[in-house]
Design a binder for this molecule. Structure first.
Ligand SMILES: [Fe+2]
Ligand SMILES: [Fe+2]
Length: 469
């Protein structure tokens, strides 16, 4: 193993060895994590050499080390951005005062809930994706799946570090619970809806990493503003890794779209004839994962969001871009449902912060969809991918109380039920997509339904042996 990696049991930049009690507690949690990983992590590839990136520091140039590693030997570490001793609260009621290094007693429960909710998503996605290694479209994609998985594991470590360090016995209990809940389990499900949905094939995996990991980016960015400094510092570094997950999603879908276009032309309109996925079916999976991800931002009008902002625990996306950071007396104009009708209305800004964050997220998603549409245009096809209305197919918040079309038109339940199959994947779509999922584990080969990537990982060629089969 390279000397870049430290020889400590738990690689870290938080001087763990100076706090023996904490070190012992985390070293006791580590084997439970490994057990969880072996039981609930990727099926079938644990003993293979995978070409993976490992975080080894937070230095902008050289934070990552690339090499072959067997996943259970991955060096999951704890890395926080360095502390800025002059940092002050950037928003909320404590604006301008020094940030906290310890949990303020009055906000302990709120903060623990934020950390646990974020932490729960990390192992959840690994569980959701655990079977995908059996059907990867190429070695390149197989490696990217595992890269995302090990980093979600490290994100779990990041949150568990906070729980162990700052929340005493409850924190340790929460850390155990994070390994005890199971995605999709009837008795002990994961906390958030999208993290209990099956990710049963690679189209859903790419949509998940495009849309659901992007929710993660916005949640982490909002927590990276936190006045609880250890949370801010850990989230900042997590965002560095997160960028790759969204790259996997956006380029993954883009390659499926490219191939769909090529095969559409070859077959005069029916790419399924040659083992491709047609654009309307891709649109249905976009509709599904985008709307599941919109739910993750929570209710449109939320006193929890207001409280977390007031307390200085959770800010907006890139708080620096805004001029005003207290948000007392300001408003956000948004659609709300009132007496069964959609009305556009001013909502007190602090109560609208979930919607403010969701709005930033939607813009970011749209930029990705625009790039997909450019691919379609470049291929010469007349088809446009669209983000559905934020009111369509919602399970959380005010829009969940009535059905809407993807264009945002309110409809009755019977109409929705009758047209559902036009908008969301049907069992037939799901069966078809699953029928395409055959592993391709020969170097430089790709499955029929996806185009090759434009370039390889870490400057390596696209046909590099990313996984030693
Ligand atoms: Fe993550
Ligand atoms: Fe992620």
């Amino acid at each position: 193993m390279s000397t870049v990696l430290s020889d400590e049991k738990i690689p870290n930049n938080v001087n763990l060895s100076s706090d023996k009690r904490l070190q012992r507690a985390l070293e006791a949690w580590q084997p439970q994590f490994i057990d969880w990983w072996k039981q609930m992590g990727p099926v079938g590839w644990q003993e293979r050499d995978i070409y993976l990136r490992t975080a080894v520091s937070v230095e902008a140039n050289g934070w990552a080390h690339f090499d072959y590693v067997k996943m259970p030997d991955y060096r999951w570490g704890i890395f926080l951005e360095p502390k800025d001793p002059n940092r002050v609260h950037g928003f909320g009621d404590n604006m301008g005062q020094p940030v906290w290094d310890e949990v303020p007693g009055e906000f302990r429960n709120m903060l623990r809930r934020l950390v646990v909710t974020q932490g729960d998503t990390e192992p959840a996605s690994v569980e959701q994706q655990r079977a995908l290694g059996a059907t990867a479209p190429s070695l390149y994609d197989l490696r990217n799946l595992f890269q995302v998985n090990v980093e979600e594991g490290r994100h779990l470590w990041a949150m568990v570090y906070l729980l162990h360090t700052h929340f005493g016995r409850d924190g340790r209990e929460e850390a155990e619970e994070l390994l005890a809940r199971r995605s999709g389990d009837a008795d002990k499900p994961r906390i958030l809806g999208a993290f209990n949905e099956p990710t049963s094939h690679w189209l859903s995996f790419f949509m998940f990493t495009m849309f659901t990991d992007r929710d993660g980016k916005y949640q982490l960015a909002a927590l990276a503003e936190s006045g609880f400094d250890p949370l801010a510092r850990t989230c900042r570094f997590m965002l560095t890794e997160e960028a790759h997950h969204m790259f996997v999603g956006e380029t993954g879908v883009q390659r499926v779209i490219k191939r769909a276009c090529e095969l559409t032309k070859e077959t005069n309109g029916d790419p399924r004839k040659l083992g491709g996925i047609d654009l309307p079916t891709i649109q249905k999976y976009l509709n599904l994962w985008y709307t599941l991800s919109l739910d993750l931002f929570g209710g449109e009008v939320s006193s929890n969001a207001a409280d977390a902002f007031a307390a200085g625990l959770k800010g907006r996306y890139k708080e620096d871009r805004y001029e005003e950071h207290k948000l007392v007396g300001s408003h956000f104009a948004m659609d709300v449902l009132e007496n069964g009708k959609v009305v556009h209305k001013d909502i007190p800004m602090r109560n609208a912060l979930n919607e403010v964050l969701r709005t930033e997220y939607i813009k970011d998603c749209q930029r990705g969809v625009d790039r997909w549409n450019k691919t379609i245009r470049d291929e010469g096809l007349d088809f446009e991918m669209k983000l559905p209305s934020n009111k369509f197919h919602r399970q959380i918040g005010m829009w969940s109380t009535s059905p809407f079309t993807p264009d945002g038109e309110m409809i009755d339940a019977a109409t929705f039920a009758a047209r559902r199959g036009e908008w969301l994947p049907t069992q037939t779509d799901e069966d078809y997509i699953k029928s395409l999922m055959k592993p391709v584990y020969e170097r430089a080969k790709m499955a029929s339904w996806i185009a090759p990537p434009i370039k390889g990982i870490n400057g390596l060629p696209e046909d590099f042996e990313y996984v030693r089969v």
